[in-house]
Design a binder for this molecule. Sequence first.
Ligand SMILES: Nc1ncnc2c1ncn2[C@@H]1O[C@H](COP(=O)(O)OP(=O)(O)OP(=O)(O)O)[C@@H](O)[C@H]1O
Ligand SMILES: [Mg+2]
Length: 267
Amino acid sequence: MQLEGVSRTFPTTRGSREVLRNVDLDVRHGEIVAIVGPSGCGKSTLLRMLGGLDAPTSGSIRVGGAPVTDTDARTAVAFQEPRLLAWRTLAQNVQLGLPRGTRRSARAGADRVRQLLDLVGLAHAADQKPREVSGGMAQRASLARALARNPEVLLLDEPFGALDALTRLRMQDLLLDIHAAQPTTVVLVTHDVEEALFLADRVLLLRSLDATSDTAASAGSIARTIDVPGERPRDRADRALTELRAELLQGLGVDTHHHNNPSEETR
Ligand SMILES: Nc1ncnc2c1ncn2[C@@H]1O[C@H](COP(=O)(O)OP(=O)(O)OP(=O)(O)O)[C@@H](O)[C@H]1O
Ligand SMILES: [Mg+2]
């Protein structure tokens, strides 16, 4: 996936608001990239453009050499909330993620849906409706629906943000299992610095254009890129990750001295 000089400006009542400027980025096939940054800095906007749900004002976005289009079958997106259809079962919701051609061939489609539900640990809940299951289960169904089309690129916008801490950790492990079994390129937006460091090959720190007064010759909206060391699955208590965590939090403007580090206390 290649982004070249990607900018996005939104029209506003008082003129226009530039959200992203001149973003250059290369993501390797099979890579997991996490994007962190302050609220409103353009993370979701960037992700939407990667998925063809929005278009850059200028610049280009390519996947496997070909430009991204609004109906791109190569990418799948999952959001913070599961966005399932309430009157359909989990299985039917997952089925809606299947590529158009296969959706109607009943046998193959049903097999694939069962396989996907199995993958996310929902085989037992196939016939339940979204309101009958927990938030974590609904989010897993949403992930299964995104995976249904065998996407080359999986785009996740704070996919685990609404979950409790324990479910969140389980979902992170699940994502890594899925990625190991079927290496897709993953771009993950998250507020959770630890999640970013646990999952990603690279963490991009996005900054708000508002926060910078120097509008000339800006290097773009990516303030910093961090290569995360260590093979996955990583040790969550790894010393190197703890140091990167402090660095990232500092980049986000969080004063780390005022925050207790739980992994330090228990060591
Ligand atoms: N369709 C739109 N029209 C006008 N402005 C928009 C539109 N979409 C996003 N924006 C503006 O662009 C900025 C970035 O929004 P975006 O949703 O990308 O931020 P974000 O980094 O995802 O924030 P958060 O962490 O809170 O989800 C915001 O100021 C938002 O108001
Ligand atoms: Mg967002």
